[in-house]
Design a protein. Structure first.
Length: 348
């Protein structure tokens, strides 16, 4: 592995966006041969989409591995992170050049909880990714490493793109983060109290808000750490795409996303490249650009949030330093993070 420039670590590699990113990597021979791919899925025996994409990759051109990572289980995150850290430390794997937090979970009229006792949207979208990042910092490329958070307009109750879902119309939903526990335990916008599709969509938005808050707080802490100050954290809103993310939605939503959107997404994507609906191939390119580009973003553009291929912005709430710190401290308690599990010196 010494000839490789680094590793690309992608969670949710079997999904629409994840598999499209890998397809994009494979389509560039120089890029594919320069990096080792670490592609994670929840269940290896159900990763048919990923396997179909990887079947097109000659082993001699792109080295890769697929790993089982169940974000609904904190123990699984610890196991994978420890495995990668050990192998990078021994030189078996090159350092991580790009860590892309792509995996996502969205439900609508149902509400699931993880074996660890957390709301599924909170843990799978945010908490497990937070722990994964904290543990893998020791394996990051300390000079050029980038961590990419996949955002969503759903994190911002004031974003007009949420109007069609009508999830944030009422004043009570204009603030998402009241405290960490209400999101972690799923009592905020619970299906028990709000058994409608908007309730689940709001919890998905809450998980994405937490990820974006992590982007700001993590970058602040990295900047204060001499050993990690050159590691960059960025966010990308990939837009709406044809993927399986909405498969737990209503029959009408699934039909619209899977059958109607493909009919015109090519045209709308051409007319409005960073519009609401985008071809997944375009979004995959945008995420990889955020992970590697130095022309548009420069070497050290930190805590930048991209809306596709253009600069974007995040909600006022996501930039609330007090809330970001409150979420960070609560996350330490939720996963019972130990000092030996992260190299971030100011992790507390």
């Amino acid at each position: 592995m010494s000839s490789k420039k680094g590793s690309i670590f992608i969670t949710g590699a079997n999904g629409g966006l994840g598999s499209a990113m890998i397809s994009t990597i494979l389509s560039n021979p120089d890029f594919a041969s320069s990096y080792h791919g670490i592609y994670t899925v929840r269940q290896l025996d159900r990763a048919s989409t990923l396997n179909s994409v990887l079947d097109t990759a000659p082993k001699q051109r792109h080295s890769y591995e697929t790993l089982a990572l169940d974000l609904a289980r904190i123990a699984s995150v610890r196991h994978v992170a420890h495995n990668i850290n050990t192998r990078v430390a021994t030189g078996e794997l090159p350092p991580i050049r790009a860590l892309i937090l792509n995996a996502a979970y969205q439900e609508h009229t149902t509400q699931d909880f993880t074996p660890d006792g957390f709301d599924m949207s909170f843990q799978c979208n945010y908490l497990s990714h937070w722990l994964l990042v904290l543990m893998l910092l020791q394996s990051m490329d300390k000079e050029h490493g980038r961590i990419v958070v996949i955002g969503s307009w759903s994190h911002d109750p004031f974003d007009p793109r949420n109007d069609s879902m009508r999830a944030y119309v009422e004043p009570q939903w204009k603030t998402i983060f009241h405290d960490a526990d209400s999101l972690a335990k799923g009592t905020w916008s619970s299906t028990k109290d709000y058994p409608i599709s908007e309730g689940g969509f709001r919890r998905y938005g809450a998980g994405k808000l937490c990820e974006i808050m992590m982007m700001y707080e993590l970058q602040r802490r990295l900047d204060a750490d001499p050993a990690l100050s050159r590691v960059v954290v960025l966010g990308v809103d990939p837009g709406g795409m044809v993927s399986g993310l909405t498969r737990r939605g209503s029959a009408s939503l699934v039909f619209m996303v899977q059958y109607l959107f493909p009919l015109f997404i090519g045209i709308t994507g051409w007319l409005w490249p960073n519009g609401i609906m985008r071809p997944v191939k375009k979004s995959a390119g945008d995420v990889l650009r955020a992970a590697f580009d130095t022309e548009q973003l420069g070497e050290q553009q930190k805590a930048v949030y991209m809306n596709g291929s253009e600069r974007g912005d995040t909600s006022i709430e996501s930039k609330d330093a007090a809330k970001c710190q409150q979420l960070w401290r609560a996350s330490i308690e939720y996963v019972a993070l130990r000092p030996e599990e992260t190299v971030l010196f100011n992790w507390k």
